[in-house]
Design a protein around this ligand. Structure first.
Ligand SMILES: [Cu+2]
Length: 177
């Protein structure tokens, strides 16, 4: 009997080690962001969300993924990376992040159709007030370069690009240790 219990517990131990191993494997396969921001509304606005910044191929592309809740259903909002890493007030993040993009000859060029690198595509809130950010930038990084979004902020504006109005929500972009 003792022997049987012993065999069973060894088997269970083996099973749990196996389960841990495959969990760890899945975890390792799932990409972790290099940087993340916790977006919160200014004033009493109930806006909140998390945005992750993922460098997909080393120093070439930056995937920006997140979800923002508490928006007005069916509204379009401008989303930008602003220059300064502060969300103390709607003015604190400063202007749009605009690192100098150089072409192969070292001349400055416009990143994409005259948009600044920090000017991401707008987001549309669904019927529940939730919007998804899912964009890959060829001009931003999450490293220590001059193109890095780390220690800057991600800002949601009141309206869509064009007349975006004042920032209504903001998240400090911090390196993920
Ligand atoms: Cu902006």
């Amino acid at each position: 009997m003792k022997r049987l219990i012993c065999v069973i517990s060894i088997m269970m131990f083996a099973v749990s080690i196996h389960a841990l191993g495959s969990l760890a494997g899945k975890h390792a396969a799932k990409m972790l962001p290099q940087a993340a921001a916790h977006v919160k509304g200014f004033d009493s606005l109930n806006i909140h969300g998390i945005v992750g910044f993922y460098e997909t191929s080393k120093g070439r592309k930056l995937e920006i993924k997140g979800e923002i809740a508490g928006l007005e259903p069916n509204q379009i909002y401008a989303v930008h990376i602003h220059e300064f890493g502060s969300c103390d007030s709607p003015e604190a993040p400063g202007g749009h992040f605009n690192p100098k993009i150089k072409d192969h000859d070292g001349n400055s060029k416009c990143p994409s159709g005259g948009r600044k690198a920090g000017e991401l595509p707008g987001i549309t809130a669904g019927t529940t007030g939730m919007a998804t950010i899912n964009y890959t930038s060829n001009y931003l990084r999450a490293d220590e370069s001059e193109y890095s979004v780390i220690d800057r902020s991600i800002v949601i504006h009141k309206y869509a690009d064009g007349k975006a109005g004042k920032p209504i929500a903001c998240g400090l972009i911090q390196a993920v240790p």
